[in-house]
Design a binder for this molecule. Sequence first.
Ligand SMILES: Nc1ncnc2c1ncn2[C@@H]1O[C@H](COP(=O)(O)OP(=O)(O)OP(=O)(O)O)[C@@H](O)[C@H]1O
Length: 724
Amino acid sequence: MSFKFIKQLNVMDCGPACIKMIAQYYGRNYSLETLRRLSGYSKQGTTMFELSKLSEKIGLRPRGVQLSPESLLYIDYPVILHWKNNHFVILLKISKFGYVKVADPAIGIVTYNKEEFLQGWLTSNNKRGNALLVEVSPKFYEQEGDGGKYTLTFGFFLTYLNQVKPQIIAIFAAFIFTLMIQMVTPFIMKSTIDIGIEGRNFGFIELVTIAQIVLMISSTVVGFIRSRISLRMANILNLSILSDFWIKLSRLPISYFDRYHTGDTMKRLGDHGVIQSFMTNTAINILTSIINFVLYSIILVSFNIQLFIIFLVGNFFYFLWIRAFMGVRRKLNHQGFELGAKNQSNTIELIQGMQEIKLNNAEHIKRWRWEGLQTTLFQFGFKMMNYNQVQSAGGLLISQIKDITLSLIVAKLVIDGQISFGTMVSVQYIIGQLSGPISSFIGLVQSSQDAKISLERLNDIHEVEEEEAKNRIFVNHLPENPNQMKLSSVSYTYPGAESAVIEGVNLDIPIGKMTAIVGESGGGKTTLLKILMKSYDDFKGTINIGDSDFKKISPSYWRSISGFVIHDGYIFNDTIGNNIALGDETPNKDWIIECCNLANIYEFIGSLPNGLETIIGSEGVGISQGQKQRILIARALYKKPKFLFFDEATNALDVNNETIILNNLKKHIVNKTVIVIAHRLSTIKDADQILLMKGGQVMERGNHNELIELKGEYWSLVRKQIVY
Ligand SMILES: Nc1ncnc2c1ncn2[C@@H]1O[C@H](COP(=O)(O)OP(=O)(O)OP(=O)(O)O)[C@@H](O)[C@H]1O
């Protein structure tokens, strides 16, 4: 059994990545996406308990324990450790000298000294740390794993190169031209010295000099052209690869954006750049480096094989030296990254929270904390510099020893008459040229690893089933004149949650009428609304509109006939008009104004110098919460929807504004199906049907008068708000 390190692909992926490493160690290969799904991965990541359940699901036998540092010496590795209270790592080995080898999914395999290790592992108020011991049960081998195979491969990206064939041919031709010039240079040098200088033939030297100038100018011109073609090629590739990514992203279900952090998706955008650059720059560099290396090596061997061997041995030691620092550098880079991020968020917090800081007289404490962090950063900078200096001084020493040895041998060969003085100068030139390819090879290891991780990360998105997957059939119409939406035994459990949030809901929602949902916070109102908005299509049970299965109605069609106002609705950095007519290529100004009137926002817009053309959003004119809500209502109405969904759409409005809007809407929404969530009972008391939700279930159902008569939960809510 050998251990293979796996890097986590998302910010909160450490748990599934640890289980993947352990499963792989015992001989089963699972993809990270499978493990995430099984663990119920969400933006919050996974807890120790969820990891334990995930291990059980794949046939491992987990045991969550609290251990003292001493007892770590007597358990079997690998074992999962809870790290710094917010991360998981795998303990691989503790050496006799107290060094601890750990596989950290965020960094790599790192070795800590005892103090560093205990600082990361022990909980702050305890002399123990949390660990998850995992053993293999026979069930583990009964399951095959899913192979962790990827649908997206480098081959897929290589197909993009078809559209830039002319550019690739031009770059290659430029490379051959430059290569030819480079190859003749050592021979030109040799003959300048041996024939021109030694033979005192100045005419020859003049001729060679002119030839060299011509070659240099041509090489520079070709270099210029090559850079331009490369940039054009990179732009074409980037545009087509990224457009395809946006298309894929926009086809994902809304629940995907609930599960993944924005940063994770942004990272995937960058990943395309990494792969594109690997395919173009790195691949071309490597190809040119290999050809350069082979040709210069042949020339050097033809001059003197002994010199070539010394050159190789010197570079081998140089490579070993650089490699020896890789582990430490990885650890330091990660620490630097963590400290930098902490410093940045601390600074942002200080600026953004200045009002609260001043109101609570917390200026000193906050500034001292910031100063403490700066001291840590300063000490870290010194540590980093020490390592850098040792690494570069050692590397320089090895290179110098190699170069001096070579110079000595070359000088001896010249003195012994085995090679000419011209050959000596040419050899120095060739050795200089050979160093370039060697550095490229060292860089290649890193960039190929980066490209592989980027590819794995992109596979995650590629493997998520699209909302309107090709193997499913959707309809783009509703049955004629349906009476109701019928929910039968509808349940929903959030990924990773212990229990269902909505449990066996049976319900009729009349079409063309207003249904209101009220109830305690956390009762499942928004979740039910999101199911009806087709944000979560993986609910259990059935929903029918007339005789049509809701799951078979195309999400994009459903959204084209529905208007939504959700409580975290987004205002784009654009004009008010474009924010309202979102998605309409040819906005209808009269209708926008009509919608603004219905949402009682037109008076405010009219008071702005640029009216509907006023820019709002992050870089525009500031608007209040109530104004934002009214713009969102106008946006929902602009679509002329058959179905309207409001989640706390008017809670930021004053009673006067709310009453005006509700009265306007009453006239406008005749024959529309409206589903409203509201805490404020005045908003919904005229609804045709009111549902009271509690603990994921509909507890009471009827109109206002019926529910008052019932004297149940609704009645008591009404009493508390004194609306009657
Ligand atoms: N994205 C999510 N992932 C996991 N759990 C969630 C998610 N969204 C909501 N929940 C949980 O589901 C439960 C119901 O939440 P929901 O938002 O549906 O309630 P609600 O009745 O609308 O509450 P409120 O009136 O406070 O908005 C809550 O316990 C909440 O913690």
